[in-house]
Every structure is written in C-alpha cells, then in structure tokens.
Design a binder for this molecule. Structure first.
Ligand code: G4P
Length: 296
C-alpha cells in the first residue's frame, strides 16, 4: 500500500474519525513503541479534541524496555494515560478496559450518585496503518473479527465488540496517516517495516538505519556482525557505507568480481533489524519529542 500525506486523505480520515467520536467515551491511540513520534499523526490532538485518550505503545516486545519506560513517563507527564503492550501475544492487553474506565471515573461516580447504572465504556482504536490495530481488536475481542472498511453503497451499522463487562469497542478502527513529507519520519517508518520498501530505496533505508544504529546501538551491530564501531557513534557517510560493505562481505552478499552487492546487504540488514535479530530497538527518544513539541 502506498501511504502518502495527501491533504485529501487526512480530511477524509479526520471526518470519518470525528463521526465516530460522537459514539464513544474514550479514544485509544495506538503508536509503535519503536518510534512513538514518527508513528503519531501530528494532528491527533486536533482530531480527537478533548476526548479522553489512552495511549498504547504497541510492539513493545520489539522496543528497548528502558525506552518504553521513558516514553510512558513522557506521555504520562503530558497528562495522558499510557500503557506499553504487545498486541500479538496479549501482554498488558487485559489492563486496557480498566485504564479506559479510570479515565471516566468522575463521570461514573456522578452517574452512580444519581442512582444510574453505568454502562460499559465505549472506545475507538485509532492509529496509522500497520501499527497493529486489527491485531489488537482481535486480541481484545478474543476472536478474529473482520474489520470491514467503509465501502460505498454498503450500509453497515456500527458493530460493538464486547470486551468483558467493562468495555465495548467499535469494530472498525480509525485510520490515521503519518506525517510523510518529513524524510526522517519516512526513513524510520521504513526501517521498522511500517511502510513498504518500494516507496523508498532499500539502500537509502539501510543507510539511514545503520547511521542511527551506529549512534545508539553500535554494540549490537558489533556483536552481530563482528564489527568495531566506536561507542561515541557520529560516523561520516563513507564510514557508514563502509559498515554496510563490511556486513555484506561477511554475509556473502557479493557480485561477480568480489564487489559487495549493497542492495542485497541492505535487505539483509533490514531483515535483521525488523526481525529483532539486533535485539529490542527504539529509534526515537522522548527528549526530541518534547523539544519538537509533538506532545499533542
Ligand atoms: P493495522 O491493523 O494497524 O494495519 O496492523 P495489523 O494489526 O495488521 O498489524 C501489522 C503487523 O504488525 C502484523 O504483522 C502484526 O502481526 C504485527 N503486530 C501487531 N502487533 C504486534 C505486537 O505487539 N508485536 C509484534 N511483534 N508484532 C505485532 P504482519 O507481518 O503484517 O503479519 P503477520 O506476521 O501477523 O502475519
């Protein structure tokens, strides 16, 4: 799928989500724990307005545990409820209904005081493609639920999925778009496999990945590929290409004449990174998030 930051796309996505906002009590914003900033739609605060919001750092199993804790702290510091989860295995997923309910505690208490019986909390999951929305919906539902997209001419009432006795979830998530025109965002999303390789050149993505990994996780590269990257990082362009070539040579990505096939080496590097072969990695720090002011 080609994902682009078309204004038309966003206008439509925004309208669709805002229609659904009228039906729900809580929005569940799903982010990729490896890149919480790049996997976030920059207009999210605007779109969700004052709807109570629970932020979920998904794929936490692939992200650096220490960074997960720092990101949770950063989001909580901004006044949001936040959890780190793994939607595929279900780690921490059982905490979601309770966390969503906590966001409405005052309202629930008011209802109880008036003698009203509170109904289950109604929630909508929103996030960019590939962040794990369907996986999470299925996990919460305890079964495979077909998330039917909006098709013209097909009128389909909103389906609510019961999640225990405390929560009901809309079966169709809200699809948001990343801020694509920012090159760094594109490369980070591509490095983790959130967007398809065809959009960007595979060697460029691997170059970007190695550059960032050498700065943050040089020891992991050294360990996996038997390299000697200095701990301080900050490598020059030709040094990064040198690392890619060294990896290619060690892994037998060679062309006739013994030259390194950089394209093959790049694919190998990205496969290792995405498959967790380099360990649990987070490409963004909360520091830059706060400085860039994307904490909406
Ligand atoms: P979407 O609805 O937001 O577009 O995302 P979807 O659930 O389709 O998930 C996208 C990919 O991310 C899937 O992998 C899914 O298995 C994986 N995924 C979702 N949540 C997690 C998680 O918490 N941890 C890990 N490690 N992976 C997660 P896929 O390769 O597209 O499919 P498959 O491998 O499941 O066949």
């Amino acid at each position: 799928m080609t994902i682009q930051w078309f204004p038309g796309h966003m206008t439509r996505a925004r309208r669709q989500i805002q229609e659904k906002l009228k039906l729900i009590d809580v929005a569940i914003e799903l982010l990729d724990a490896r890149l919480p900033m790049s996997s976030r739609n920059p207009m999210i605060g605007d779109i969700l307005q004052h709807k109570p919001r629970l932020i979920l750092l998904n794929k936490a199993d692939l992200a650096d545990p220490e960074m997960n804790a720092r990101w949770l702290q950063a989001f909580r510091g901004e006044g949001h409820a936040a959890l780190a989860i793994d939607a595929s295995t279900g780690t921490n997923v059982a905490q979601i209904p309770g966390e969503a309910r906590k966001l409405l505690e005052e309202k629930i208490q008011r209802q109880l005081a008036k003698g009203m019986k509170p109904r289950p909390v109604r929630a909508l999951i929103v996030g960019i493609p590939n962040v794990g929305k369907s996986t999470l919906i299925n996990k919460l539902a305890g079964r495979s639920v077909a998330a039917t997209g909006d098709r013209p001419g097909v009128t389909k009432g909103q389906q609510w999925i019961k999640v225990g006795s405390e929560m009901e979830l809309l079966d169709t998530p809200g699809i948001l778009w990343p801020k694509f025109e920012d090159q760094e965002v594109g490369y980070r999303l591509a490095a983790t496999g959130a967007i398809k390789d065809e959009i960007l050149n595979v060697e460029d993505i691997a170059f970007y990945a190695i550059k960032q990994l050498a700065d943050q996780y040089g020891d992991r590269l050294n360990e996996r590929y038997g390299l000697d990257i200095p701990p301080q990082g900050g490598l020059e362009q030709d040094e990064i290409v040198g690392i890619m070539e060294a990896i290619g040579r060690k892994r037998g990505c060679l062309m006739a004449g013994g030259r390194v096939n950089l394209e093959k080496a790049s694919s190998l590097i990205l496969r290792d990174l995405r498959g967790g072969k380099l360990g649990r990695i987070t490409l963004e720090e909360p520091y830059s998030f706060l400085v860039n002011g994307n904490g909406n």
